[in-house]
Ligand binder design. Structure first.
Ligand code: ATP
Length: 154
């Protein structure tokens, strides 16, 4: 019932696959400049995504997934996230994320490193850290959006 006025149709896709398509009541997602809280009727906007945990509420359940870069379009009754990478919590391979974090930290750019080298290292560390944080939250139950939500129906 995507057209109900009190719902948001949330879609999350990556270049590789379709992750999620659900009718939800609210979304909190990691924009490039901080978390955005979205309720039905939100003003349209386009935003670049940061690396973080997207949380949405569906009925009494709060669920989470990782979102690692990309873009999002917000419309009053729809949110479309085109993520560079995204994973449902239960898909996250914790050991792989820990290995990625250890590898990035063990291979920090040297004295002649460029800004691009540091950007790549920092991004790898950020991706792994978000995955480990998300995996630590379990299936998302109880992962109530604790961050302040900038709810806006503007
Ligand atoms: P790695 O070095 O382990 O590949 P990465 O941060 O370089 O990590 P990405 O380039 O962000 O990986 O992702 C490549 C693909 O692998 C994406 O489809 C992403 O969802 C998936 N992926 C990466 N790390 C994990 C993980 N820890 N658990 C599950 N899927 C992962």
């Amino acid at each position: 019932m995507a057209n109900e006025q009190n719902k948001i149709e949330l879609q999350v896709v990556t270049p590789e696959r379709h992750i999620l398509s659900e009718d939800v009541e609210s979304v909190e997602m990691p924009g490039k400049d901080g978390y955005l809280g979205i309720l039905p009727g939100h003003a349209p906007l386009l935003t670049e995504m940061g690396f973080g945990i997207l949380t949405y509420r569906k009925g009494s359940e709060i669920r989470s997934l990782t979102v690692l870069g990309g873009y999002a379009e917000v419309l009053p009754q729809r949110v479309i996230v085109l993520a560079e990478a995204a994973e449902r919590i239960e898909e996250i391979d914790r050991q792989r994320a820990q290995a990625a974090l250890d590898r990035a930290k063990a291979n920090l750019p040297g004295a002649n490193a460029t800004e691009a080298d540091w950007d790549a290292t920092n991004a790898a560390i950020a991706r792994a850290t978000v995955r480990l944080e998300a995996a630590g939250k379990g299936s998302g139950a109880g992962a109530t959006a604790s961050r302040e939500m900038e709810h806006s129906n503007a």
